[in-house]
Design a protein around this ligand. Sequence first.
Ligand SMILES: Cc1cc2nc3c(=O)[nH]c(=O)nc-3n(C[C@H](O)[C@H](O)[C@H](O)COP(=O)(O)O)c2cc1C
Ligand SMILES: CCCCC(=O)C(=O)O
Length: 345
Amino acid sequence: MTEPDGAANRADLPGRVALNPVHRDFFAGGAGEERTLRRNEEAFAQRWIVPRVLRGAGARDLRTTLFGTDLTMPVLIAPTAFHRLAHPAGEVGTARAAAAAGTIMVLSMAATQPVEDVAATGAHLWMQVYPQPDEDFQRHVVKRAGAAGCRALVVTVDSPVLGRRERDRRHGFRDLPAGFACENMRDADGRLRDIAMDPALSWEHIDRLRASTGLPILLKGILHPQDARLAVEHGVDGLIVSNHGGRQLDGALATVDALPAVVRAVDNRIPVLLDGGVRRGADVVVALALGATAVLVGRPVIWGLAAGGPGGVRDVLETLRDELDHTLALAGARRPADLSADQVA
Ligand SMILES: Cc1cc2nc3c(=O)[nH]c(=O)nc-3n(C[C@H](O)[C@H](O)[C@H](O)COP(=O)(O)O)c2cc1C
Ligand SMILES: CCCCC(=O)C(=O)O
């Protein structure tokens, strides 16, 4: 997706603030040569929809239910870090747009505003966490998210170590600037912790997390069908096929290429979601036809936030909704569930 570049023709957008180029590269960039980052979008561009005709489909119905929450469309907001670097409205601004659009926002563990403030917008929230080796602290974060009203946990499992983002290295960008903090990384005494990434974590960590909370748990960052099977065996409630928007393992499989095998392995036992490279309604249709229950968008939301605050995010979501509705009509489907894998070539 084209990045906002501070061009003058965007100055008319309400709430727009110029994006610091270092922060723009943080949002836009991926790991290594950014092969996976590019491939996520290219893989969608190489999928072709085979429409069905004369099905009397009528007006579309995009509604979707996930773990008891009704959404107006199968497009969610992926967890992304540091929204206050994109716009002063921060995660609260993004959540206002999610509430207005009737979808779920997945709040990043690296959010720059407290989950309680974000939840006060009335948006449906899920909380994303990187599994923390200090399990007492992790339970504290999970409890706090639940108390604030988050309805599910998204556990990101593709980050045993942080990806090498060369744009950030060139800029020397390592951390949030002064005056910003990961507000949901405070311990019970209010002290800030760093987000830990730990290559020693295993399925036992997920088992203990599973036993410690009644919230539905989704694993984010699944690409291999065997991991999908293991997730089901370990009592996980949902999967997100993701390569972290190409920010972790450069060279990892594109998500739409990974989706069919994961869907087969899961065999309808739990919902399978996908993120990475979803930019248009046609991409959503392809993912749904290949068996995803819903998709999430990452960078488009950030660009909307940077360009226009909550209204900019709303524009991004409503554009995706319109395109999805239109593409479904042209594909001969009334509901997402009417699509089938034989409609993708
Ligand atoms: C700037 C940025 C920050 C991100 N931060 C997180 C994060 O804190 N936790 C997480 O699980 N994923 C994070 N992701 C990955 C997204 O959740 C998602 O997998 C990815 O952005 C989807 O790809 P897309 O940007 O092509 O839509 C981040 C992605 C970006 C671009
Ligand atoms: C330590 C938080 C990193 C967030 C991020 O940039 C990502 O997950 O891609």
